[in-house]
Structures are given as C-alpha cells and as structure tokens.
Ligand binder design. Structure first.
Ligand SMILES: Cc1cc2nc3c(=O)[nH]c(=O)nc-3n(C[C@H](O)[C@H](O)[C@H](O)COP(=O)(O)OP(=O)(O)OC[C@H]3O[C@@H](n4cnc5c(N)ncnc54)[C@H](O)[C@@H]3O)c2cc1C
Length: 347
C-alpha cells in the first residue's frame, strides 16, 4: 500500500504531524526507531502557546517562576507559566493521539534509506520497504533523513541529567545556574518534579563530559546541600544549537522539529517549536493532498520562517556571545543581554 504520508520519528514533531494528517482522513505511517518513546529531556513546556496537553497525568509539576542565578549566586526571578512533564509519557500520549486519529506506528523500525521513492527501514531482523507521497523528517537532532538528503549535521549541545529524589527543590520554580565552572557555554537546571524530587541536569557546548560537570555541581556547588539525595534515572542526550536549517522542504520531504534545528540555541527548548511545526507541517500536507499538488509543500518553509526565523536567529547570535564568555566575570556582566528572562535580551 502507498501511504499519503510517512513520518520518520515519533517524537512531538512527528506525532503531532501524523495526528493532524491522519485526522483529515489520509493514510499515515510513522516509523519509530525505538520500541517506545524515550527522548531524553528535562520536560519543561511553556504554556504560552495555546496547545492543550495530551493528558494531565503527564504533568510532574506546575511552574510559575524561573530563577536565574548569576555566577556569584545573586539571582533574578521571572514569572512564567508552564509545566514540567514526564517526557516519555508525554510523548507516548502524543503518539496515542496520532494512533487515535488513524495513523499507524511501526515501533522499533529505524529508517535506513530512501531510494527510488521507497523508504527502507529495519523491521526486527528483516528489512521493510514502503512508499509514501510525502515524507516527514521528524527524526531529531541526528536526523538520518537529513543525512540522506546530504545536509550537514547540526551543531549540538550535550546534556546529562539525574532525577533526584529526597532533595529540596523550590516548589513551582525552575532554577537556572550560569557558571563557566559548572556549565561552560551552557547552564545547569533544577526543575521540580514533586515536593522532594527534581530533575537536575546540565547542557554544555564545550569542555569535558557533561556528567563530570553535573556530578561536580551536585557534589560541590553552593547548593549541593539541597541536592544531596538519591540519584535515579540518569540520562544523556543532545540538542541542536546551530539554529534553523536554511531549507526545510526538499521536493516531497519536509523537516520538522530538531531535525530542522528548531530548538532554541540558548535555552535548548524545542518541544513547543516541534509541536508548532508539526501542526503547520500537518496543515500544509493536507492542503497538498487535497489539491493533489506537492507544490503546496513549499508554503511550510515560508510560514515557519515567518514565525520562528527571527527569534531563532537572535538566539543563535546570543548563544555565540554566551559561549565566548571565558570567565565568570564576563558572564556576570553580560548575562542580562544573553538570557531570555531579562528585558535586555529583547532590546
Ligand atoms: C537532556 C535534554 C533536556 C531537554 N530539556 C528540554 C526541556 O525542558 N524543554 C524543551 O522544550 N526541550 C528540551 N529539550 C529539547 C527537546 O527534547 C527537543 O527539542 C524535542 O524533543 C524535539 O522534538 P522532535 O520531535 O523534533 O525530536 P525528538 O523528540 O528527538 O524525536 C525524534 C524521534 O525520532 C526517532 N528517530 C531517530 N532516528 C530515527 C530513524 N532513523 N528512524 C526512525 N525514527 C528515528 C527518535 O527515536 C525519536 O523518537 C531537551 C533535550 C535534551 C537532550
């Protein structure tokens, strides 16, 4: 059977795209490399975009403030409205929504090649082969689809995170720590998941292994006492920090989410943009299928660039300046211009 759309990757970008297109009555197949959803993540989702959460049970805590610490531990509070979610469960509920809309998902089925209009994938010990009118690359930061298109690999940040139990987070508060010692070119986060539990992680763009920085922060930083608990659920991961790709559509192939470089280069946040892009890709694909004209797919790139182009370009420029801060003194002085919760960032 030929599918109307084949989506590669069942992360937020892929599942949202698949749900939209399948909901309109088209035949959609999602190929997912893993046996279930397990993207590594801290799970902070901003509530600024009018997007309903798939399922309230995925929420680990509601967030009303972000506290940003300068290297000298003075801090700046900012009101915001969001959630920390259990990321695997969040992704599973989005995938279930896609299935509920009529999409088919093949788990444990990594895309391996695209040739002569056919998508090849591994299916257990066998090789599968399917065709689709439209292909959506939603396969994350190290996108195989993008590599097959001959696109360069994104610049990326590496991250490590523990879920700590028996610790003292500040309720409702996401804490962000800047320091060249503990997070060169990035930051440490402490996101509450309950009264006495928190996800504590680090994302960096230079230096040694992220785990070494994270362990050092948890063991030796001025807030070490509050974070002295049981370390569970250690994860590592990467996210794109080089900004959005120049091109997002290649004939019948669209790039969405991290595959397209839509995570914010400074904050690393990519879930909201991935879902937004999935919605837009979905709508564009439906239009192309309704009119039997793949020429409509080019609209996706225009719309996304109009929406995300400037903020991501600004963030990329800020990230380069953040990375160039070689000392805590420089970071202390420049942070208000480089971090999103400060007014100066937007001036
Ligand atoms: C440690 C860490 C913490 C983060 N914290 C946050 C946060 O708090 N808030 C936030 O907004 N963002 C955060 N991010 C970024 C966020 O996780 C991503 O921006 C977001 O997941 C992008 O969604 P996506 O659907 O584009 O890609 P992904 O979520 O990466 O999904 C891609 C999917 O494609 C699958 N795949 C890969 N290759 C293939 C293949 N060959 N064939 C088939 N399937 C394939 C993968 O298995 C995966 O399921 C964090 C990232 C990391 C690493």
């Amino acid at each position: 059977m030929e599918y109307d759309a084949i989506v590669v990757g069942a992360g937020p970008a892929g599942s949202v795209t698949a749900a939209a297109v399948a909901h309109a009555g088209y035949r959609v197949l999602v190929l997912e490399k893993n046996a279930s959803c397990r993207s590594p993540c801290a799970g902070y989702i901003s509530n600024t975009i009018n997007m309903d959460l798939p399922d309230d049970s995925v929420i680990q805590s509601k967030i009303t403030k972000m506290r940003t610490y300068f290297p000298d531990l003075s801090f700046h509070d900012f009101e915001l409205n969001g959630f920390v979610v259990d990321r695997p469960r969040f992704d599973v509920s989005l995938a279930m929504r896609a299935i509920g809309s009529g999409a088919e998902i093949k788990w444990g089925s990594p895309l391996t090649d695209i040739s002569a209009g056919a998508i090849k994938f591994r299916d257990g010990n066998a090789n599968g082969n399917v065709t689709g009118k439209i292909i959506v690359s939603a396969d994350g930061v190290f996108s195989k689809t993008a590599a097959l298109l001959g696109l360069h690999q994104h610049e990326f940040a590496v991250c490590a995170q523990y879920h700590l139990k028996g610790v003292e987070p500040i309720p409702g508060m996401c804490e962000i720590f800047f320091s060249t010692e503990y997070a060169p070119g990035g930051y440490v986060w402490v996101y509450p998941t309950g009264k006495d539990s928190a996800k504590v992680g680090v994302g960096i763009t230079k230096g040694k292994s992220p785990r070494a920085y994270l362990d050092d922060f948890i063991n030796n930083s001025p807030v070490a006492k509050r974070l002295d608990g049981i370390r569970t659920e250690y994860i590592t991961g990467a996210l794109p920090v080089g900004g959005m790709r120049e091109r997002l559509s290649f004939g019948n192939i669209l790039l969405v989410g991290d595959s397209a470089g839509m995570a914010d280069p400074v904050t690393g946040a990519g879930i909201n943009n991935a879902m937004l892009a999935g919605e837009m890709a979905g709508r564009t694909i439906i239009k192309a299928l309704e009119n039997d004209d793949l020429g409509h797919l080019a609209d996706y790139e225009v719309r996304i660039k109009r929406l995300l182009g400037r903020p991501l370009a600004r963030s990329l420029e800020k990230r380069k300046r953040l990375e160039a801060c070689a000392s805590n003194e420089q970071l202390q002085e420049q942070l208000p211009e480089l971090w999103v919760t400060f007014r100066q960032y937007w001036e």
